[in-house]
Structures are given as structure tokens and as C-alpha cells.
Design a binder for this molecule. Structure first.
Ligand code: 5GP
Ligand code: MG
Ligand code: MG
Length: 183
């Protein structure tokens, strides 16, 4: 899917396919430097992190394994409540592992705050975060993110794994939707 398939649903492209690719290469280079001599367990958060995981993991040379979690916030609102429910847990035992959580976007930070605590409590040697996007203005809790792609404004974005009502995940770029789509 690309911008031409979107009719008038797309407002604008915020981060292009090329910008994403360049940034992921920078992040992978830094990760390889930091984890030299170790092995990484990449933990992706379904479903939004699928594209970042696929592309970032292929740029990392350090030996790694990939595992997935699915979580959901309690409560009816579309905003994170900070209370997280595990829908699908990891297959891996975390004892002694160097865990690197791979995320699409950090919004309030509540999900990742909960997740890092949860994974650390399982005996991981280290738990760090790599996120493609971060919205500094939306932060409700400070999360220590070691690898960040882009800081973006506090707008709802779609594409490159991120959905609106499960659509638009397959856009190769990150963009904003025209207001008529969600109003
Ligand atoms: P947080 O707990 O940081 O508030 O929210 C994290 C999750 O909310 C993200 O992993 C993502 O699934 C969803 N989310 C936050 N902001 C956006 C956005 O702008 N677009 C989309 N599609 N999902 C978002
Ligand atoms: Mg996510
Ligand atoms: Mg979503």
C-alpha cells in the first residue's frame, strides 16, 4: 500500500520510507556497538512493532533471538490507563538475558513503564528499549529509552505498523490521517 491507494484519507507524510530506513541503520549500528560480545533477545510488542522488528533486526549483526508479546491496557478508552494485561506472553525464559524491547511508538509511556518493570522482575540481566517514535508532549511517566528514532508531535499517526482501526499498518511511511477519517 502507498499514498496513492489512500484516496483522500492521508493528511501528510510525516516520516518517509527512506528516513525510516536511514534511522534504523543508525540505531542498529549503535546497538551493535553497545552489545558487542553479547547476545540480544529482541522482544517485539504486537502488533505495532512488526515492521520495526522486521527491518531493525535485519540490520543488527549481533547474535539475537526474537520473541513477541501482546499486551492491552485495561479500560475502554483509547488512551493508555497504565494497567496492562498480557494477551500473549513470551515463549522465552528471561533469566540472565539481555532484553531489548522493540516498540513502534511511546505515547504516554505507561505501557513501556509497566513492561520494563515486568520483564526486569523475571531475572533479565538488562532491559532496554528501542522505539521508532516518541511523543515527548504526551509523556505521563518518564521512560528511559536507550534508542529512539524520531521525536514527533502529539498527533495520531499511522503506517509502518501503526494502525487506525487495524488499517494502514502496511503503509511504508509514517503519516497523519485527514480528520474526516476519524471524526
Ligand atoms: P502508551 O502506553 O505509551 O500511551 O501507548 C503505547 C501504545 O499506544 C503504542 O504502542 C501504540 O500501540 C498506541 N499508540 C500510541 N500513539 C499512537 C499513534 O499515534 N498512532 C497509533 N496508531 N497508535 C498509537
Ligand atoms: Mg506498540
Ligand atoms: Mg493500535
Amino acid at each position: 500500500m502507498d499514498a496513492n491507494d489512500m484516496g483522500d484519507a492521508l493528511e501528510r507524510i510525516l516520516i518517509s520510507e527512506q528516513q525510516i530506513a536511514d534511522k534504523l541503520q543508525e540505531m542498529a549500528t549503535q546497538i551493535d556497538r553497545d552489545y558487542r560480545g553479547r547476545e540480544i533477545l529482541l522482544v517485539g510488542v504486537l502488533k505495532g512493532a512488526t515492521m520495526v522488528m522486521a527491518d531493525l533486526s535485519r540490520l543488527i549483526h549481533t547474535p539475537l533471538e526474537i520473541d513477541w508479546m501482546a499486551v492491552s491496557s485495561y479500560g475502554a478508552s483509547t488512551k493508555s490507563s497504565g494497567v496492562v494485561r498480557i494477551l500473549k506472553d513470551l515463549d522465552s525464559d528471561l533469566g540472565g538475558r539481555d532484553v531489548l524491547i522493540v516498540e513502534d511508538v511511546i505515547d504516554s509511556g505507561l505501557t513501556l513503564d509497566w513492561l520494563t518493570r515486568n520483564l526486569s522482575s523475571r531475572g533479565a540481566s538488562s532491559v532496554e528499549i528501542a522505539a521508532l517514535l516518541r511523543k515527548p508532549e504526551a509523556a505521563k511517566v518518564a521512560v528511559d529509552v536507550k534508542y529512539v528514532g524520531f521525536d514527533i508531535p502529539n498527533d495520531f499517526v499511522v503506517g509502518y505498523g501503526l494502525d487506525y482501526a487495524e488499517k494502514y499498518r502496511n503503509l511504508p511511511f509514517v503519516g497523519t490521517l485527514a480528520p474526516h477519517v476519524y471524526q
